[in-house]
Design a protein around this ligand. Structure first.
Ligand SMILES: Nc1ncnc2c1ncn2[C@@H]1O[C@H](COP(=O)(O)OP(=O)(O)O)[C@@H](O)[C@H]1O
Ligand SMILES: [Mg+2]
Length: 304
């Protein structure tokens, strides 16, 4: 049984067609990242799954039940986008408050709060007022809040927004740890970060439609571009090299070539060797997830 199942989900807000028939399935223990520019419909999907907003049509099933079922909601943790804690709280008192709301007993709270603060790397600041926290610390506290009642499924809306590289690494480590415990994680992001690279699958959403979906490996296929490290007077051969390949670019210590096939690549190497240029290294380039993302949605991070 999938943990999350969306079938032809449609959402219209008056005249805004926020979702235009989105189908996504997420299995238990998966980390799924939904990528897309601002306005793509990512938050709407999460809000429908948490029954904060109603779908216009289609189905949203969470843990085998229609979204909004009380039983399922208890097993879900949520870090909302732009989450703000009342800043008179300390990290500790905020977690205590949210845990109590979720029905976690006093004894459990006393052991779980320091454990959660440690897990997200802010245990030293737990007794400080939240108003003294950086954006990254607030996001990590938000992650702790989402996990405090030990949910099976986590919805994280823009968890790395405003978080520095160290904080992002910490978030990534927490997610990997949660996955190892069998939790399912659904993550929204408008700016690609390393966090998405730990995802089992990635979906690219644009204007309410799922444009592409797959594993990071599937999406970042190898390209026919090779970096050749060369020794010898190859600069003089550039015009001849250019004649033998689809594209060539001079790089430090060699050339980057775009070739149709292995035969052409070998012919080029033969030509170079015949002209006393030695091949000392070669790597095939992969398209990065960022390249794919930009191809699908335009410049990453630009708002709609
Ligand atoms: N409550 C609302 N009323 C009207 N339009 C909305 C509302 N919430 C979201 N929208 C619109 O729906 C679209 C998708 O928004 P959203 O799901 O927040 O996208 P994302 O999270 O990918 O940035 C946007 O065009 C947004 O302006
Ligand atoms: Mg959003």
């Amino acid at each position: 049984m999938p943990v999350i199942e969306l079938r032809s989900l449609v959402k219209h807000y008056r005249n805004v067609h926020a979702l235009q028939g989105v189908s996504i399935t997420v299995e238990k223990g998966e980390i799924y990242s939904l990528l897309g520019k601002n306005g793509a419909g990512k938050t709407t999907i999460v809000k429908i799954l948490l029954s904060i907003v109603r779908a216009t049509s289609g189905e949203a099933i969470l843990l085998g039940r229609p979204a909004g079922h009380v039983e399922s909601r208890r097993k879900v943790g949520y870090l909302p986008e732009d989450h703000r804690f009342p800043d008179y709280h300390t990290g500790w008192s905020a977690l205590d408050y949210y845990a109590a709301l979720s029905g976690v007993s006093g004894a459990e709270r006393r052991s779980r709060i320091p454990e959660m603060l440690r897990l997200v790397g802010i245990e030293e600041s737990g007794r400080r007022k939240i108003r003294t926290y950086s954006k990254g610390m607030k996001q990590r506290l938000g992650l702790a809040q989402a996990m405090i009642h030990e949910p099976d499924v986590l919805f994280l809306d823009e968890p790395t927004d405003g978080v520095d590289p160290v904080g992002r690494k910490q978030i990534r480590d927490v997610l990997v740890h949660l996955k190892s415990q069998g939790k399912t994680i659904f993550l929204n992001s408008h700016l690609l970060s390393e966090v998405e690279l730990i995802s089992d699958r990635v979906g690219i959403l644009e204007l309410g439609k799922l444009r592409r979906e797959g594993t990071v490996a599937e999406m970042t296929v190898e390209k026919d571009i090779y970096e050749l490290r060369l020794e010898g007077a190859f600069d003089a051969l550039m015009p001849e090299i250019a004649r033998r390949v689809r594209g060539v670019r001079r790089i430090a210590g060699g050339v980057e070539v775009d070739v149709e096939n292995a035969e052409k690549l070998n012919a080029l190497v033969d030509y170079l060797r015949a002209n006393r240029v030695a091949l000392v290294g070669m790597t095939r380039k992969r398209q990065s997830l960022e390249d794919v993302f930009i191809q699908e949605v335009g410049v990453a991070g630009q708002g709609a």
